[in-house]
Design a protein around this ligand. Sequence first.
Ligand SMILES: [Zn+2]
Length: 214
Amino acid sequence: MSFPEIQQANVSYETESRPKTHIVKAAHGFAFEVKKGEHFRVVDLYGEQVVDFAAWVQGTNLREKLSMAYTRFRLNGVTPAVGEYLWTNNDDPILKLVEDTVKVHDMTFMSCFPKMYEKEGRPGHRSCASNIAEAMEPHGMKDHLDVTDPFNIFQNTPNYSLKRLGSSKPGDYVEFEAMQDCICACSSCPYDAEGFNGGKITDIAIVTGVPAKA
Ligand SMILES: [Zn+2]
């Protein structure tokens, strides 16, 4: 997949860095660091793939983090519109939503977790909580119990309905601007029951160093 819009924008890009695309394997996780002011995208490459997303403020030993409870409070329970923020458990903006080609996301569900699959008779199944914990291990995370509630990007689950209502199409993305230096982690959600995630878990992409639009 190419990102012609990004490549064209390089002409006026004022710093040395260039957009960098990282493919996150289907049903796996990835962690990445972004600097304050940096823009990055979370891209659904093949459509209908939920991305569990979490973030921590650098230099806080993973204590200050993206909090969906604080975000729900600040946004009156409604997922952020373009120009609105995700908030930390210290009541500060951590990320600003600057583009969104889908506008359907979830901020009520936890990440799928190992015991959930165990109870469904599928022990050892990959989970978002474990994916994020694994990706965050180099940053000091011990295990999936340290994983915070996620912003579930591209997840269309009104009233806790876990069925195939996928709304994202191939190439859809959200773009954030970091309000602080932070460590982000994401997971290509491995939940594959009842056609969820389009019935087939797929790769996603993280693009860092995206030039801000003038
Ligand atoms: Zn999941």
